[in-house]
Design a protein around this ligand. Structure first.
Ligand SMILES: [Zn+2]
Length: 146
């Protein structure tokens, strides 16, 4: 075998790291680098896909579909015609930025802006959260006068 450093033909070369590359070097040149240990692979411990255990069902997807069905089966709350405007007015009264309201709702700022423009009708759970956070009512039923 040829040494990759001096080109000498030797019976055996060693894998040696020289700077960033690994070279096959003769014993003489090996001292210029750091010997590379051969990768240790213990017999029988190589990762193998377990046989028979491949039928793993992921129930998460199925469950979320079921939850969504549950949601759609519930009649949507009827909202006041100006519910988006109510959100914006109440938010501005609290001096919250759309980002801030979004954070409290666990939603993105863009979602808040869509809510306020009335272009996105959120799930009833979000409606309730907004009502609770901003102390307003978004539902169409008349607000009981205090
Ligand atoms: Zn050499």
């Amino acid at each position: 075998m040829l040494c990759e450093m001096c080109g000498q033909d030797v019976p055996a070369t060693n894998a040696v790291r020289v700077e960033s590359s690994v070279l096959q070097l003769c014993p003489n040149c090996s001292k210029f680098g750091v010997a590379v240990a051969p990768p240790v692979v213990p017999a029988g411990s190589a990762p193998q896909p377990a046989r028979g255990g491949g039928m793993r069902v992921t129930p998460r997807a199925a469950r979320s579909v079921a939850e969504r069905d549950l949601y759609t089966e519930m009649p949507d709350m009827e909202l006041a015609p100006d519910w988006g405007r109510r959100i914006r007015i109440a938010r501005e009264a609290l001096h919250w930025t759309p980002e801030e309201l979004g954070k409290r709702l666990n939603e993105k700022k863009s979602v808040v802006l869509k809510l306020e423009s009335g272009s996105f009708r959120p799930p009833d759970g979000t409606i309730r959260s907004v009502e609770r956070l901003l102390h307003i009512r978004l539902r169409a039923d008349p607000e009981p006068t205090a």
